[in-house]
Design a protein around this ligand. Sequence first.
Ligand code: NAD
Length: 266
Amino acid sequence: MKQPFNPDASGLTFDFSNRIFLITGGTSGIGLAAASMALTAGASVCIVGSTRGKGATAMNQLKQFGEKACFFQADVSKPVQCEAVIKKVAKQFKTLDVVINSAGIFRSGFIDSITEPEFDRIMDTNLKGTFFICKYALPLLRNSRHAAIINISSDAGIHGNRQCPDYTASKGAITLLTKALALDLAHENIRVNCVCPGDIITPMLEEECVKQPDQKVYLKNLTDPYPAGRLGQPEEVASVVCFLASDAASFVTGAAWPIDGGITAQ
Ligand code: NAD
């Protein structure tokens, strides 16, 4: 358990030939790792992000996949932009098989310090964005024989996390939104699952880390409670996301899958 996952040496194989993926937050971290893994398995992947600069950097990292990768700019906290981005997918591909909602933001702080606009920003990005991307993607997913939605929740979507009540509430809502949609869509053969990662080394965690007065102490305190004795890598989340997107998970729906080195097991 101490060794981080090495996707090249894992022997993991998925076949996503002829499948279209939409990945919000695909411009970095977990979303970008999932995009890279799906592309490697033959999918066409639209990554969605709110800033053109990050989109260009991510596209550069995916350039080996040529036209199979594309970037659409959209701020998922605005339902009108969620609708617009799905329209672009419909125009370009006519179809959609897999939606991965990875766009998200984090902010730490006690409830006393959280203003209404900050609360709204977390909820609008994490929860409203996930909700409306699912809503507007549904007509396309209904035409797919391999339809799957995977939402990126968090260990905070399973148990309480300290000093981020708004983020925790948004992730708890994503976990139950996932289960509610799984119930409503199972008869249409659209599977809906979420993953609940613990601390994963991505730009989100790195941004939090650089704000700390002593980064070494911060990282030690973050790592110590993990039964696995380490933090996770984005590829370790991407591999479970790809499994949930694949036909190997054809009877899995409504699951909230912890990917957390055991932290929610205790
Ligand atoms: P990240 O910051 O690298 O990725 C988040 C992405 O979402 C970024 O590319 C960002 O540009 C994009 N984004 C933010 N707001 C957006 C908006 N309004 N519209 C469109 N795109 C937007 O961090 P990450 O760790 O890869 O986060 C991915 C998901 O995983 C998030 O939902 C996060 O809450 C969740 N998560 C992360 C961790 C962790 O420790 N890193 C743990 C549990 C859950």
